[in-house]
Design a protein around this ligand. Structure first.
Ligand SMILES: *[C@@H]1O[C@H](CO)[C@@H](O)[C@H](O)[C@H]1NC(C)=O
Ligand SMILES: *[C@@H]1O[C@H](CO)[C@@H](O)[C@H](O)[C@H]1NC(C)=O
Ligand SMILES: *[C@@H]1O[C@H](CO)[C@@H](O)[C@H](O)[C@H]1NC(C)=O
Length: 389
């Protein structure tokens, strides 16, 4: 077990199984041309043959092989514990942790079906304990999500399956009463914008613009308290230097961090009545931006590798931001999407990165949660996750 490891966390990634299923399912539709999913660990042994193409004299140079694990960084081994599988498979699901409950929102079951409900997991009883609906008008994926410990804000996002349009409507859930309310809409819709609560204001920035591809740089904020907007309109804030969706957005030590992400995303095929997703050029990056005075973004050391699809894949433990999984730059030869299996740590004292572990398999849009007892027992964290059964 990881208890003897220097930085051993009780980290749970409860949807690993669900994610795996989801990836397997949609693999044949959308992410096929794009996925190195966990279930394809086997592909680690599948070699891609590359002809170097260069001929010296009459002699062909040796062929170069680049397998799917070429992008893995060296990482300490971590043992993981299997936990109850999620009720439904989910890709691009969102989550928020409050006490010992993890609320898991919406997401794709597969490319043609999105969920419209919340599943609730209790980390004390280790069981899935509840399910309730999201508002009919709320987005099903590519949300911006953040919680203050009671209210969960669910902002903008994509409404419906495939690569449908995004909306600018925003909702808030009171987890005590399980009532939903609506907040003032954003000036424009966004796909997967970076979202956080910082100094009493809800901040939303970046994300993908209405065409789903062009990175947005805009940044807005809205004063909120106890689930209510204190203003009628969003305020313009300093734009983020680099735009795009699927980034981790974290407030720690009163500073706002935006980590990783990508420029570009799948777009609806022109004229397709079902908004069928079509792949477009993407650039994944590991940039880290920090706002401490609210006026000027500072760029910090980048992640050990480019990483995207990590908006709910982080936790704060021991004055560090821990990020699990994601997607990185595509395979240089097969052009397939490469998923990430490492556990990264960003030390908030030194503002530097390290690779501290590896997940049981590579996972896209992992939902990470640090179980409550880490607050009381920092020395003996235990790693846990759902793994394949
Ligand atoms: C917390 O982080 C420090 C370094 O920043 C490390 O020395 C220590 O072992 C960590 N503690 C735990 C319990 O992981
Ligand atoms: C795949 O490549 C990695 C890194 O280049 C190497 O460590 C590993 O042994 C290779 N695996 C196989 C099955 O060839
Ligand atoms: C979680 O489960 C534990 C053990 O069954 C229970 O005592 C606790 O009240 C539950 N938490 C919530 C918030 O319902």
């Amino acid at each position: 077990m990881a208890a003897h490891k220097p930085l051993s966390l009780r980290l749970a990634v409860p949807l690993a199984l669900a994610l795996l299923l989801a990836l397997g399912l949609v693999g044949d539709f959308l992410w096929a041309s794009s996925s190195t999913s966990g279930s394809r660990l086997a592909s680690a042994s599948k070699k891609v043959k590359v002809n170097s193409g260069r001929v010296r004299g009459n002699k062909q140079l040796p062929e170069v092989y680049l397998n799917a694990t070429y992008a893995d960084l060296p990482a300490p081994h971590w043992d993981w514990e299997e936990m109850p599988a999620a009720p439904v498979p989910r890709l691009d699901g969102y989550s928020a942790q409050i006490g010992d409950l993890l609320y898991v929102f919406a997401g794709y079951e597969h490319l043609d079906h999105v969920h419209s409900h919340v599943d609730v997991y209790n980390f004390t009883s280790n069981t899935w304990t509840g399910r309730f609906d999201i508002p009919k008008e709320m987005a099903n994926s590519h949300l911006g999500m953040v919680t203050d410990g009671r209210y969960i804000y669910a902002l903008t996002g994509q409404f419906g399956p495939q690569c449908r349009s995004s909306i600018n409507r925003n909702f808030v859930l009171d987890t005590e009463t399980r009532e939903w309310h609506e907040l003032p809409p954003l000036p424009v819709p966004r796909y997967a914008p970076a979202t956080q609560l910082w100094r009493g204001r809800l901040h939303v920035m970046g994300g993908g613009k209405e065409d789903r591809h062009e990175p947005g740089l805009e940044h807005w904020s809205l004063a909120v308290k106890d689930g209510k907007a204190l203003e009628n309109e969003w305020r313009n804030e300093v734009p983020i230097p680099r735009g795009g969706p699927h980034r981790a957005c974290v407030v720690a030590n009163d500073k706002l961090f935006v980590i990783g992400g990508q420029e570009g995303d799948f777009m609806p095929k022109p004229g397709s009545p079902i908004f069928k997703c079509a792949r477009r050029h993407e650039v994944v990056y590991g940039d880290v931006y920090m706002l401490d005075d609210g006026r000027k973004w500072k760029q910090l050391s980048p992640m050990p590798k480019p990483d995207s699809h990590i908006e709910c894949a982080w936790v704060i433990v021991n004055n560090s931001i821990i990020i699990v999984g994601g997607t990185t730059e595509k395979h240089p030869i097969t052009k397939k999407m490469i998923l990430v299996g490492e556990v990264f740590r960003f030390d908030l004292d030194t503002l530097t990165w390290s690779v501290i572990g590896r997940m049981p398999f590579r996972i896209k849009t992992a939902l990470a949660v640090a179980s409550v007892d880490y607050r009381f027992a920092v020395r003996h964290f235990k790693l846990s996750a759902f793994s394949r059964s």
